[in-house]
Design a protein around this ligand. Sequence first.
Ligand SMILES: Nc1nc2c(c(=O)[nH]1)N[C@H]1C(S)=C(S)[C@@H](COP(=O)(O)O)O[C@H]1N2
Ligand SMILES: [Mo]
Length: 552
Amino acid sequence: MSWRLWAAVAGVVSAAVVLATAEVVAVFVGAESSPLFAVGSLAIDLAPPWVKNLVITLFGTGDKIALLVLLGIVVLALAAVAGLLERRRPPLGIVLLVVVSGIAVLAVTTRAGATALSGIPTVLGMIAGALVLRLLISRLRTWERAVPTSASPAPAVPGRAGGEGDEGSGVAGVYGQSPHPLHPQRPRATPSTPTPLDRRRFLTATAIAAVASVFAGVIARSMNATATAVSAVRDAITLPAAATPAASVPAGAELDVDGITPYVTGNDSFYRIDTALQVPQVNADTWVLKITGMVEQEVEISFAELLALPLEEHLVTLACVSNEVGGDLIGNALWLGYPIRELLARAKPLEGADMVLSTSVDGFTAGSPLDALTDPDRVAMLAVGMNGEPLPVEHGFPVRMVVAGLYGYVSATKWVVQLEVTRFADAQGYWTPRGWSALGPIKTESRIDVPSAGASVAAGTVPVAGVAWAQHTGVAKVEVRIDDGDWQQAQLAETTGPDTWVQWLYPWDADPGSHTISVRATDASGYTQTSDEAPPAPDGATGWDAHSVTVS
Ligand SMILES: Nc1nc2c(c(=O)[nH]1)N[C@H]1C(S)=C(S)[C@@H](COP(=O)(O)O)O[C@H]1N2
Ligand SMILES: [Mo]
């Protein structure tokens, strides 16, 4: 093979590194940030009409594939040219690689729905590709320089750089047979039989880069393709209307206070907690839920069957046990789904069972008390909808559990595929052997949203406001205390019921100086939040949220 050919190979391998790196990073950033199809779409958008017509005339319904093949050929050719350029006129090859990758960055960041992160995979791919191209070409040049110029090599010229204006006629792997006058040999211990070390260094690096790119690239691409497919399935779903709609949100649920947490949390701002490094991609068309274990009758249900049932809608505030006092691992959404108790009734749990171990497709498990899931007075559902749309993929698409009053780690299994009826004595949820309590009822809590901690406010009437929650029980009272003063009752907003948080407001008549505001809630059972401070582990933080502020 000629040097030119090897340089072209180095270019192509570097392009493979760009694409493979981008695919791998896109697995984490989001499948839609892969540059592969973004560039294709951009090309389709930018192609002049006559080109489009020509492609359609020539290839008919295969036009998209033809276009991708064409694009592939162009990229392959550009990659080869980048290799040749980098060998002859460094760093022009890298410049070409950066320019072409830059077009790809433009393509991904300008497509519909692109976010600020969309360009990251391609940029990292570009950096990796440029580094590999530089490395491979420098090794290629070292190898070129090492090839003897004749069977009886001329005296060595140490440090002399070869490869300027040359055309390699050297035959790879056949040392000394195709000498080139412009390639003096380096000093060698045995000059007549140069070690093939330099050749090997180039070939090894090239082979490693090529194999790693193909291997990682193919795996990552198939993952990204699945992700794209699942979001397409999700986009195509139209959820049925609820047979039992949720109570509509009263106008009085939303207090008119700047900076207070909205009553309903949007899907985009809803907190996300899970053990998944990668969001599981579950196709609704093949999803089934199995109810197994201590039951008279195993039950299996498909997504279509689930949607055909009379669905209910409930506003429920989900909370994470890891939430610190004053923290924001909590959100309130409108969930559409089917009561778990109805499905358990079909399965008929056996005497002695007291737990339902729900399993996610990714292996996560949660152990919920059976009586919480069968209680006719508690919302416990297999949810398919969140705030009027199918569950977002990261919030459990196609189906998750939502149970009012229990922390997420013992109840809110996302991507749920199995409910095993069992006993606390026989089974444990994912977090229990990791130091968290087997039972996780949500603790009554309250949080100050405004004024924020450390804020400076003007003297006069200052709105002190926030949210409080005691899911399934309901908040009865919220009190605010300034410094060591008396507890003052705050005004409570309206709610749809006890399963959601409630906004509260205390108009504070603030005097100049430094002050500490504290809050505590009392729930409908009569329990008032304790001042004892406990960390989140093992069963939820306790203590009062407090903000220091300066009034001037
Ligand atoms: N499959 C799966 N489901 C899961 C978890 C998880 O790690 N994996 N985490 C749980 C925890 S700890 C919480 S607080 C809630 C969070 O749900 P969200 O991410 O939709 O807010 O999901 C629960 N469901
Ligand atoms: Mo959690």
